[in-house]
Design a protein around this ligand. Sequence first.
Ligand SMILES: *Cc1c(COP(=O)(O)O)cnc(C)c1O
Length: 382
Amino acid sequence: MKSAATLSVPFNRPYTTGSELTYIEEAIEGAHLSGNGPFSARCSEFLEGLLGADRVLLTHSGTGALELASLLAGVVPGDEVVMPSFTFSSTATAFVLRGATPVFVDVREDTLNLDESLVEAVITDQTRALVPVHYGGVACAMDHLTSIAGDHGLHVIEDAAHALGATLDGRPLGTYGELAALSFHETKNVICGEGGALVVNDSALSERAEILHEKGTNRRAFFRGQVDKYTWIDTGSSFPASELSAAFLWAQLERFEWLNEQRIAVWERYHEAFEPLELGGVLRRPVVPPGARHNAHLYYLLLPNEDRRQQLIDELGRRQIASVFHYVPLHSSPAGRRFGRSAGELPVTADVSSRLVRLPLWVGMTDAQIDHVTDSVQQILG
Ligand SMILES: *Cc1c(COP(=O)(O)O)cnc(C)c1O
């Protein structure tokens, strides 16, 4: 094989805008390296403006943001928290850490998001919160879910780890629940290595969010001159992101629109290229419901069965293209069985998780790389 003939396409490559080092140097010169410094403030203000949120607190991870949300929502041992099984472990661990039981519900066949029509049936006196996950940045049915939550007095905590920049009926995802978690892990749309943010939409929770975020102290209020003593006043943990991470993140947020546009361009090329294969019945493409605007966090294909998926992954691999499947359903994982409860068999989750494959999607993919992926999938499946 000629070396030029095979173009390698990694599954993900973290993109840097070029300003990261400049801002990190600025942070070093400013001699504030711990959390909640000037870069953190800039990132928080930007996100508060973008989302129209009451408060956004940077955290060391998306997982940390979910854990902080769980603490703030007052989740206690014995509580039940309703969530999809088709998600990352952190969605569940944040609540298991507080002694709660995750209750796994099936997903919708179209969006692979929590099936809102199944939620009401699993609500008990112990149910404390609903945790929808916007898979791939495609919105859950938030109007329906927030109305169920309202009827039953439940918190809504959005796992918006995939969803920064995506909207539903023009409203940003991450602003439907009282609380939402964002992630800036290197696999997400906007990155800083490891990082995240808690979005607080209910202003009644903002002051306590700041305290729990800063190890249970009133440090933030003290530095604003609102209290004259800096002291321990509540529970909490060390949730802030370092200023070095925030400096990196600022270099990304400055180019936020552009970063999402680049991803959307790749997503749309895939979507167009695979339409004939979908019409021919050999695969299914992602579904974006009316009113939802996604952020091209990921692009997946659903193959007819697990064998066909493995065949595609293997054959793409031979062409130097990395493609991967996604979540092992939490309800069938060892810890999910130990800590959680599932609402029946979850047939859609079991089915789609065995047939789904994700294609490379990252900022900086060349036209030749995108063509290599689309041509290869067409050749293999066509
Ligand atoms: C990435 C991710 C998280 C966790 O975010 P980290 O920043 O990696 O801790 C939580 N939920 C979902 C759905 C994710 O994809």
